[in-house]
Design a protein. Sequence first.
Length: 393
Amino acid sequence: MLRYGLLALLAAAGAAAVIVIQQHRGSKQATTTAAPPATQPLPRVCGGTVSIGLLAPTTGPSAAIGLDQLHWAQFYVADWNGSHTPRLRIVTADTQGGPKTAGAAAGKLVADRAIFGVIGPSGSDDVPAVAATLRTAGLGFVSPSATGDALAGGANTGYFFRVVPSERLQATTDVDYIATKLVDKNGSVLVLDDQDGQTAALAGTVAAGLRARGVRVARASVPHGTTNFSGLAAKIGRGTAVVYVPFGSAGEVEAFAKALHAARKPAVTFATDAAYAPGTFDVEGSYLSFFAPDVSTVPVDQALVATFHQGFPGPTTAYGAPAYVAAQVWAAALHQACVNGGLTRASVRALLPTVSLSTSLLGGPVAFTAKGELAAGGFHVFRIVQGKYVTVG
């Protein structure tokens, strides 16, 4: 059975009904359990088209990420619309990859009263810039890629959700892989940061975790925006097995990894999700961790990926598929709100904590904690082999 095909929506608190929608691509068939009586009219809007906003960079340097997320969200909505109600559409607001423009983009979505929920924003830095605007308007938002630890909970409780794990799990994944796969008892790890608060926090957590595992660790910082790493690379000892580089720019990671190779040092570069940029960061033998699988390389997902490419030719990245799952979450909540007889921003948002996907395109179930975190999930480790990102952990 296709992994992406089974969607189970838990009904709202106090309601006994559970709706199960079985989707198989191509068949366009659906079965429902405990559906409302045929004589019970749905709200008028449920017989028309309901909009979901998408906050993503569709222009600018990060446009490839935003457009991939848009296409995967549109792909899911097109499938949903073939056999389900309400009909859905995606309304895009371009963040251009920065908090200042993200705030204006959120305002655009808030003003559109046909929008009942938001996918995004894409970046962790964009969440604080849009959160208050979306909360004031009563809009829930489900991010496919914002992993910052501090985003969930607090004032965002009940509003912010994400279908990917947080950086806390990234640190755990990276420490475990480095300690068990890349460093022996004689090796050491250099942990860098680029003096950005988010990368410095992750670097500090990973350094502490490696030390707790008995790994010798050195720490260093470089100014954000550094492009020449030859001096730093020359100082790295030959006993260093791994250099952990959680920089926020794939170009900076690429520059560092090339400098390391040019200095003929045996250490390997281990980067994080910001460096996931095939064609930009492609230094042979390097590693990176990322919050989602590359579905284009997962055998069980190949039929779905092939269908996706029929509508959206060209490359796709690991950033895209989580937006498909975020759209799936919204479709479930919107459908249930229609079944319950009251489609409002508040009623849909209140249903988000009850959405449960027993399996998903990302390879596991999707359900949320009280803070809106993904209840179960983990990061994936890739290695660059002959220019390709190969899953190794």
